[in-house]
Design a protein around this ligand. Sequence first.
Ligand SMILES: *[C@@H]1O[C@H](CO)[C@@H](O)[C@H](O)[C@H]1NC(C)=O
Ligand SMILES: *[C@@H]1O[C@H](CO)[C@@H](O)[C@H](O)[C@H]1NC(C)=O
Ligand SMILES: *[C@@H]1O[C@H](CO)[C@@H](O)[C@H](O)[C@H]1NC(C)=O
Ligand SMILES: *[C@@H]1O[C@H](CO)[C@@H](O)[C@H](O)[C@H]1NC(C)=O
Length: 456
Amino acid sequence: MKHHDIELPFGKICQAPQKSPKKVVLLVFALLLLTIIPLYYPSISQSLFVSETVNSNPLVPSSSSSSQDHLNDHVHEEDDLPSVTSNLKCDIFTGEWVPNPEAPYYTNKTCWAIHEHQNCMKYGRPDTEFMKWRWKPDGCELPIFNPAQFLELLRGKSLAFVGDSVGRNQMQSLICLLSRVEYPIDVSITPDPTQKFIRWKYMSYNFTMATFWTPHLIKSKAATYTNGPTKTGLFELYLDEFDEAWTTQVEEFDYIILSAGHWFFRSMVYYENQKISGCHYCLLDNVPDVGIFYGYRKAFRSAFKAINSLQNYKGITYVRTFAPSHFENGLWNQGGNCLRTMPFRSNETQLEGANLELYMIQIEEFRNAVKEGRKKGLKYRLLDTTQASLLRPDGHPSRYGHWPHENVTLYNDCVHWCLPGPIDTWSDFLLEMLKMEGMRSAEEKKLMMSKDRRLN
Ligand SMILES: *[C@@H]1O[C@H](CO)[C@@H](O)[C@H](O)[C@H]1NC(C)=O
Ligand SMILES: *[C@@H]1O[C@H](CO)[C@@H](O)[C@H](O)[C@H]1NC(C)=O
Ligand SMILES: *[C@@H]1O[C@H](CO)[C@@H](O)[C@H](O)[C@H]1NC(C)=O
Ligand SMILES: *[C@@H]1O[C@H](CO)[C@@H](O)[C@H](O)[C@H]1NC(C)=O
């Protein structure tokens, strides 16, 4: 059986997307009308109960009945979820950026939640075009974020961001988007001005949002005996040990958004079974350099294992896929910068090299987590922001994340995202997925019921 959660979004990397035959398209419209299920989210199509709907409903135009019969046969034969519907889906994560003169939906004057280093306008970024785009999936629409709808959907619920500063960047973007309706209050047990661990509450909605700082997802710390070959720190990663800073805290949450990436580019020493098992660019005697991907994979594996072993967690885990940086003419610590002011079109760039590798590792480990999670009734979803983010070299602070004379580690920041900016779109994706989740579980229920009926 195919799982749409884990299908790759980039046709050009794996294979060209299959064209739907005309009769299938007709059927889509019929189903669309009948069931009012938007087909534009990949995961939903899997749970479309094609045979039941089409058979029992007299409203299907007769012109397309022969193709339906054919499809129905097919469906009954398989006695599984209809594979034919996989052609009918619209993947919201594949598309183009198109102009949106109405954006942005907040400014640094209306929103206080913008992190200093992402407040690009404050630090003199001269251009504003980068705020004025929206994501247009191929073959369907992605609605612009609706803050009232989001808060209504999450009334009485809780959402945890688990990851690094890009995760925090996303959370602050969400706070700004929601600020048109309501600001949260800080209900953290211990106040944290760096917002690495913070708990927000939307009082009118009884909605809790928290962030848990864990740049490597697993237990890690900065080595004290050396600053590493790049002089930007050497990190000790315990690949088989959970980072209890988040794993002991997330059990109660309804949703987790898990992400990690850029910290793995730094020098790291890996530990497994409490012994050094290798490193990435550590230049230490007798420590084999096994590279960044080794650690990245194991870190995700351990993080998923941690989630799957939580006793009382019943939430949905969203894996926010890797968001590439856009350094050009040098690495982040070698004078690289991001000076573009326009998005790429999808035919102008593609995921490759380390970005592709990191992405694929996430997909593979996600796939395993889906399987393991299913045994425990836990759901995983892919918040697949990679392609949309890849196309936004113009969305980073560059040198406008601080005053020119300030000495900061990431002088030209081509990793984080200006607010407002393209990262706001991640909330468009999230809301769309949350909406689909509701429909999806309704469909799953119906599917179960119809299967029961057939068995009786
Ligand atoms: C917002 O940006 C403007 C420039 O557009 C800047 O002058 C101002 O200081 C910023 N305000 C805050 C509160 O960051
Ligand atoms: C608020 O939400 C929590 C779950 O997050 C729930 O346990 C609690 O009863 C809710 N409180 C109110 C007043 O609805
Ligand atoms: C990309 O596609 C656009 C529109 O389809 C076209 O105008 C442009 O020439 C293409 N660019 C490249 C590099 O192929
Ligand atoms: C920036 O700060 C680092 C340590 O924080 C220091 O080693 C370096 O010399 C400083 N660079 C400049 C240009 O001041």
